[in-house]
Design a protein around this ligand. Structure first.
Ligand code: GTP
Length: 239
């Protein structure tokens, strides 16, 4: 893959874990229980992608596909405050798309294609959360096959955007906490096999002591498994 870019997640330890930040031309999935930091990292990335390359960004815009109404402009301002960025400008460069159901979410990808083709320099697409609508709409075993097929299609079109336009795709996935299983295999993560194979990088987030968070890289084509500790502060994600 040529010209792969990286977007800083704010913490040095976290960036080191994933070889410099989340990659373009790839799908990075973070999964973890409620409050583990998935949305916070999404907000951080929506800001850092706008930084110049020497500061960890790609000088690009972000598309934030919001499925659970988690996007918080005030939080963006707080995080952007820590960087030398124009606050109004920062919000303008985050294109928030609210997805009301899974079909709407799937169609959103066409809109992202249009936005890019119309000249917007999108370098990051966030889907927070990927699974919420699918999980709510396709309940019961009999609908599982259809759900996975739709999900597969959705992920495929996201990967296509990533490849075609050298964009990073970042998806969040809520899973139940499973005590003592953090070092085991997280194969039961919601989304099942389809998701496991579609994401290039999978990062497991866990709550630690004293407000700390642990990120564990569990799946990657060429990086070693490993973990790091980070914190969520008013200024965003830090070591
Ligand atoms: P779900 O959306 O419930 O699945 O959780 P999530 O993993 O997306 O959690 P999220 O990223 O929303 O993290 C929530 C945690 O971030 C909270 O428990 C707080 O510890 C922290 N947090 C959120 N907002 C702020 C803030 O403005 N300042 C600080 N210091 N911490 C915050």
């Amino acid at each position: 893959r040529k010209d792969v870019g990286h977007i800083s997640v704010g913490s040095k330890g976290f960036n080191d874990l994933i070889a410099g930040g989340i990659e373009t031309q790839a799908i990075t999935e973070v999964f973890g229980e409620f409050g583990s930091g998935k949305s916070q990292i999404s907000h951080e990335l929506a800001v850092t992608v706008q930084l110049p390359e020497e500061l960890g960004g790609l000088d690009g815009d972000c598309v934030f596909v919001d499925t659970e109404n988690t996007f918080r402009p005030e939080r963006i301002k707080q995080i952007a405050n820590g960087f030398e960025l124009d606050l109004e400008d920062v919000l303008q460069r985050i294109h928030v798309a609210r997805a009301f159901n899974s079909s709407h979410q799937i169609l959103m990808v066409d809109k992202i294609n249009e936005l890019i083709q119309n000249g917007t320099n999108v370098k990051l697409v966030i889907v927070d959360s990927l699974m919420a609508h699918f999980r709510a709409e396709y309940v019961g075993r009999e609908s599982l096959a259809v759900r996975q097929q739709k999900l597969n299609q959705h992920l495929h079109s996201l990967q296509q955007i990533a490849n075609t336009y050298n964009v990073a795709v970042f998806i969040t996935n809520q899973v139940q906490a499973k005590p003592d299983s953090f070092f085991g295999s997280p194969t039961k993560a919601i989304g099942g096999h389809v998701l496991g194979h579609a994401s290039t990088y999978r990062i497991w987030l866990k709550k630690g002591l004293a407000g700390k968070r642990i990120a564990r890289l569990v799946d990657s084509p060429h990086l070693p498994e490993g973990e790091c500790v980070f914190k969520i502060t008013n200024e965003g994600i830090v070591d």
